[in-house]
Design a protein. Structure first.
Length: 167
């Protein structure tokens, strides 16, 4: 008696998937986003999606400009008040230059990240529609350019305000 080739092979049955149906980031279960009452609330989603990094309809340069303005602005105060020249007449100038130095270092870090060919942003629970312009090195370079310009302008603006209100 001859048997068919199909009869020689053991029968394979498909096992039902016992893994829970989670929305894993990039398919990695170690990077899941657990829905909690805080991060899944409408207020939290609205707030996060209004930040410059996630606001729809904003170019990479504008994102960097807005983030840079705020960072440059808040970096001046600690350098003026807590820096090594805090008790001298050069405290404001030293604080301004130190803040601009930190902005330049952060810009170089952004440019280095842009050169690393970053992966595209992944949609999460709080940001279901991440910006697509940050999926290319050019988008990150534009963000870094805006960050440098905005950070310098924010630091100068803060120094001018400190100069005016210290008179």
């Amino acid at each position: 008696m001859s048997q068919s080739p199909a009869a020689d092979k053991p029968k394979q049955t498909a096992l039902p998937s016992i893994a829970p149906k989670f929305a894993y980031a990039a398919g990695d279960p170690q990077e899941g986003n657990l829905a909690t009452p805080i991060n899944s609330s409408q207020l939290t989603r609205w707030f996060i999606n209004q930040l410059p990094a996630y606001r729809p309809g904003v170019s990479s340069f504008q994102r960097g400009l807005q983030v840079g303005l705020s960072h440059g602005f808040w970096l001046v105060g600690p350098f003026v008040a807590l820096g090594p020249l805090r008790d001298t007449s050069l405290a404001l100038l030293a604080g301004l230059l130190a803040a601009i130095g930190v902005v330049v270092i952060a810009t170089l870090a952004l440019l280095a990240y842009a050169l690393s060919a970053p992966p595209p942003p992944i949609a999460t629970l709080t940001t279901p529609h991440p910006p697509t312009d940050l999926s290319t090195p050019h988008g990150w370079q534009e963000l870094a350019r805006g960050f440098l310009f905005g950070g310098t302008a924010g630091a100068v603006f803060a120094a001018v305000l400190l100069l005016i209100f210290s008179l």
